[in-house]
Design a protein around this ligand. Structure first.
Ligand SMILES: [Zn+2]
Length: 271
């Protein structure tokens, strides 16, 4: 059984501020420790469930050379491989033939009032994203990419709002672990990190063992359309004359394709 973890930092237990997830900030090292511990717990759960190939993608853009490179290497759980430094949403090679995608540390989409640190990729660039009219955040984008390769998302951890968001998108049988409950966008009632790790480890193990209950891969009826509302009009310049993308107005870009991966590869190319 090959499984992929697409990890993010904003949904980790105990993390409530940008300062904990931005490289160079005073609290970043604390955030990294919490992130590493919880991802390790998820990997342990996958090992217990019998996963034979575990690929962990560090999906958090911390800034500079720490982007997609926040996990603390010498503390990582053995028995998995870790992907560092790869452009967000683009490492798809192992999805062909993979069994499941899991999303530890996920956060809610931009505009979610009760989502801790809610955003979609970048508050400076994007205000909202819709796939075939359906609002999605980062978790939805990753689920749709995985779905293009027939891989289901079977687990998410994060705050309560995120668990709800992903469940409503991929299906009610999704296994969720809420490690915190938002009190505002920058405040939460959190489990102790050790408790959060324990629940994540057990949740991943249970999710992977209950294959008969896995949600179906997230697929959209072709032609697939990604509509992106930009944060500022100058952000549309990058999409002018790009194949498969249409600038509808200075604040709106639409990318189209036969499946979501093709759409995403046009909107957010690997190079
Ligand atoms: Zn992040």
């Amino acid at each position: 059984m090959r499984v992929l973890f697409w990890c993010d930092m904003e949904g980790i237990g105990g993390i409530v501020k940008w300062d904990q997830v931005m490289a160079g900030s005073p609290q970043y090292e604390e955030g990294r420790r919490l992130y590493t511990a919880e991802v390790n717990a998820a990997v342990r759960g996958a090992k217990k469930a019998g996963a034979t190939e575990i690929i962990v993608v560090d999906g958090h853009g911390a800034g500079g050379d720490h982007s997609f490179n926040s996990l603390i290497k010498d503390q990582l759980e053995p028995g998995a491989e870790y992907v560092f430094g790869y452009r967000w949403g683009c490492y798809v090679e192992p999805l062909t033939g993979a069994d499941a995608m899991l999303l530890p540390g996920a956060h809610a989409m931009s505009g979610t009032e009760d989502g801790i640190l809610s955003h979609t990729m970048s508050t400076e660039n994007f205000r909202s994203m819709l796939i075939n009219g359906r609002s999605v955040g980062e978790s939805g984008i990753v689920a749709a990419i995985a779905g293009s390769f027939d891989v289901p998302v079977v687990f998410v951890s994060g705050d309560e709002a995120t668990c709800q968001e992903v469940k409503s998108l991929v299906g009610p049988t999704l296994h969720t672990v809420a490690v915190k409950k938002s009190l505002s966008r920058f405040a939460a009632r959190c489990l102790a990190p050790a408790d959060a790790c324990h629940l994540v480890e057990m949740g991943v193990e249970k999710a992977l063992k209950e294959r008969a209950n896995w949600p179906k891969p997230l697929k959209f009826t072709p032609p697939v359309e990604l509509k992106v509302e930009l944060a500022y009009p100058d952000k549309s310049n990058a999409f002018k004359n790009r194949v498969g993308c249409e600038v509808i107005d200075p604040m709106t870009v639409i990318a189209r394709g036969e499946n979501f991966w093709q759409v995403w590869d046009r909107f957010w190319p690997r190079t």
